[in-house]
Design a protein around this ligand. Structure first.
Ligand code: SF4
Length: 367
């Protein structure tokens, strides 16, 4: 056993080899498992939860002993506001996403990072739209560099990355730039996101041709009724993306959402309206010779299938993801089990997307 300790933290974890062995338990290379999981989500999400519990590492934050995901994500909810207006935005929650000054935000984030560094978390910067506050984004990038944090990813609607100063600053540090692109036609993409996105296809092609960030771009496409909602549309999307040089694509369903939780009622309704038949799409993927199954992974409320797409001499791994936040909500009741870390926009560090749940640390001093 390995043990580390710091001012307010300590942890112990199994030898690395053992953890790697255990990691395989929820990753299957059998198509049969992926198919079974589509039909029996409950069983597989339970499996993901059991895995999380059995492979957690112990840690103490502010004198409270808890179990943490051994490969935990630290989400930085950088800013509550966005210039887009997607009807299915997951930020439509019923608690306020308060903002604080940049100085205060960065000071609190610095403290939160120090408290959780023993977990060696990977980093995801999300929002709101991170690129509409470049000064704050740059200060976060500086912290990532200062602490040598692992696998930083930025999630963006792409509107701000037409500014090459932003790209030049973030590119050397980040692992991936995840761009939400829910349709390959500008008009449809704008209609869905409720704004005229400055990152239209021609500017995206410009970035792909001119900027080193090109090789780090991943497109996230939500599968939504009347937009990308069928096998044929998925193929059109992939061919468009490959045509402009993007070889990293994730298609995901909107998550199923629990009622009487943190989500606004109209958002729940919108999510139900846009829901598509994931199983039907995956059946078509299976039947088509362009796709070869690679692997399947289940977490406590998300599942991923990875397939290889081959066509006209090009090949590219494609991720299909589906999730159910009813299961994420159950985790909120397991007080000492922390699957993810969320640094909320008001400076609260919590073990949940619910700002008022599993609070790990609040720095109440202000600048
Ligand atoms: S771009 Fe993202 S954060 Fe902005 S409204 Fe759409 S889903 Fe929400």
């Amino acid at each position: 056993m390995e043990e580390l300790s710091g001012k307010n933290v300590s942890y112990e974890k199994d030898e690395k080899g053992l953890i790697v062995e255990r990691m395989r338990e929820t990753t299957s290379f059998l198509l049969e498992d992926a198919i079974n999981a589509r039909e029996n989500r409950n069983k597989y999400f339970q499996k993901g939860l059991a895995y999380l519990q059995n492979n957690s590492i112990m840690g103490i934050i502010n004198e409270k002993k808890m179990r943490f995901h051994w490969n935990i994500n630290f989400y930085i909810d950088m800013f509550g506001k966005c210039n887009a207006n997607c009807q299915f935005c997951i930020n439509r929650v019923n608690f306020t996403r308060d903002d604080i000054s940049d100085t205060e935000f960065i000071r609190k984030l610095d403290h939160a990072i120090k408290k959780t560094r023993f977990l060696d978390p990977s980093i995801q910067i999300v929002g709101g739209e991170p690129t509409i506050r470049p000064e704050r984004l740059f200060a976060i990038i500086d912290l990532i560099k200062k602490y040598g944090l692992r696998k930083p990813i930025i999630g963006t609607n792409g509107s701000g990355i037409i500014d090459y100063d932003i790209l030049d600053y973030v590119e050397p540090v980040i692992d991936h730039l995840n761009i939400s692109r829910h349709h390959f036609i500008d008009f449809e993409s704008d209609r869905l996101m409720g704004f005229s996105n400055p990152l239209d296809n021609s500017r995206l092609i410009g970035i792909m041709n001119k900027h080193p960030v090109a090789k780090k771009i991943r497109l996230n496409c939500c599968l939504l009724k009347n937009y990308i909602d069928s096998y044929e549309k998925i193929i059109e999307y992939i061919d468009w993306a490959l045509g402009i040089g993007i070889k990293n694509i994730c298609f995901s369903t909107l998550s199923k959402l629990p009622e009487n939780y943190i989500y606004q009622k109209d958002f729940i309704k919108q999510s139900e309206y846009y829901a598509i038949d994931f199983g039907g799409i995956m059946d078509a993927v299976k039947e088509n010779s362009h796709f070869d199954f690679i692997k399947f992974h289940t977490g406590s409320h998300c599942m991923y299938e990875v397939w290889n797409y081959n066509h006209a001499g090009t090949s590219c791994p494609i991720v299909f993801a589906t999730s159910d936040n009813n299961y994420a909500r159950m985790l909120d009741n397991l007080d000492d089990l922390i699957e993810l870390l969320v640094f909320h926009s008001d400076g609260t560090l919590a073990g949940s997307w619910n700002k008022n749940c599993k609070i790990l640390y609040i720095d109440s001093s202000s600048t």
